[in-house]
Design a protein around this ligand. Structure first.
Ligand code: CA
Length: 367
């Protein structure tokens, strides 16, 4: 090879290199890429829940929400759902979300009462609001903003995500005719309801769902609350006690939460964030509506099998009086609790004024 041909070869190679370089950085090529890299990114998230595997309506409802999100996001956000105990113990879901071990959690905020006592107002408190009041307060009455504020130090963003509707007062093996019948009564009733029972002379017992039936059937406890006709019948409680009391004064409209880790949320593009937000509205309505239908069906069956009784007014009035004492005591000790209690009570009172002349008046009319 002559010196000239070597020179030409270098020149051609150099030209090709420059041409190739130019082709790869051609601005029009960049513009023609599908869109930004962010919008085609796929997210694989994990959600843990406080519910047992396959738990009807609650676990099933939130699994449906995860499927809906995958479809709506065209597969860009996939959420694998784990029931309580499958990845972390049921009552550690909040910590798992807070620490970022998982991106999402589903449960009820009163489970975190030991850590955040005022969070109980975001699920249910004795003699608190029913579902309609809870949804109104959370979505448009300032409740959700307060909820976001109290979860912020834990790096968790909450969304309302389901509601049980008003629960039942519970299953009893003896009749409750007056407040003296509560003395020494051993009842499975968690949280603030349990504190009220203790003030009334009873003994609240903490039991996980799986132990409730056996404890009642063997007389380890005299009474238990659980959820409502549908879930109670599935647990077999109608075979372990004679009397089914109403109303569920201790849980008048328990709201569920979807908890999301703040850092994980910030990584999502706005369209995926919006899909999640809208999906929580959907699951909130879905779980509540399904509860209503299943309870209607189960009540018809239970009505034939057991005695369904109202708590005497004297007993309910005493529970109500003691509830105020329990909540006021807590507010004196804890300014954060006091702040939420005060906002909640104000909305509840206004809501009650409206309900008296709307749903309550109409309910009496059509009975
Ligand atoms: Ca309950």
């Amino acid at each position: 090879m002559t010196k000239t041909s070597i020179f030409l070869l270098i020149l051609i190679s150099g030209f090709t290199f420059i041409l190739g370089y130019n082709l790869n950085t051609n601005p029009s090529e960049v513009v023609n890429q599908p869109t930004t890299s962010n919008s085609v990114q796929t997210f694989n998230w994990k959600m843990v829940t406080t519910w047992p595997p396959n738990f009807p309506i609650f676990q099933e409802g939130i699994e449906q929400m995860a499927k809906d999100i995958e479809v709506m996001s065209d597969g860009r956000l996939k959420i694998k759902v784990f029931a309580g105990g499958e990845l972390v113990p049921a009552l550690q879901t909040f910590d798992a979300v807070s620490q970022g071990t998982v991106e999402m959690g589903h449960g009820a905020s009163y489970y975190w009462a030991g850590k955040i006592p005022e969070a109980q107002f975001m699920s249910s408190v004795p003699f608190g609001m029913t579902t309609k009041g809870m949804n109104a307060w959370l979505y448009f009455g300032g409740g959700l903003e307060l909820w976001q504020e109290i979860y912020k130090p834990f790096n968790v963003i909450p969304f309302p995500a389901g509601n049980t509707g008003i629960q039942m007062g519970g299953w009893f093996n003896k009749k409750i005719n007056n407040i003296n019948d509560l003395k020494g009564l051993k009842m499975r009733i968690p949280g603030l309801g349990g504190k009220v029972l203790a003030k009334a002379g009873g003994t609240p017992i903490l039991l996980a769902g799986g132990e409730v039936y056996t404890a009642l059937e063997r007389g380890v406890i005299d009474a238990t609350e659980w959820v409502g006709p549908f879930h109670d019948q599935r647990l077999g409680l109608n075979r372990a006690a004679k009397y089914y009391y109403y109303p569920g004064w201790h849980e008048p409209g328990t709201s569920f939460e979807l908890a999301i880790n703040t850092k994980a949320w910030a990584k999502l593009p706005p369209d995926l964030q919006k899909i999640i937000e809208v999906a929580t509205y959907s699951v909130n309505q879905r779980i509540y509506s399904e509860m209503e239908v299943r309870n209607i069906e189960a009540l018809q069956e239970l009505d034939k099998k057991i005695e369904i009784l109202a708590f005497p007014a004297e007993v309910l009035n005493e529970f109500k009086r003691l509830t105020k004492i329990v909540l006021d005591d807590e507010a004196k000790k804890n300014p954060d609790f006091k702040k939420i209690y005060s906002a909640y009570s104000k909305f509840q009172q206004n809501n009650a004024d409206w309900s008296t002349i709307s749903t309550d008046a109409y309910g009496k009319l059509i009975k």
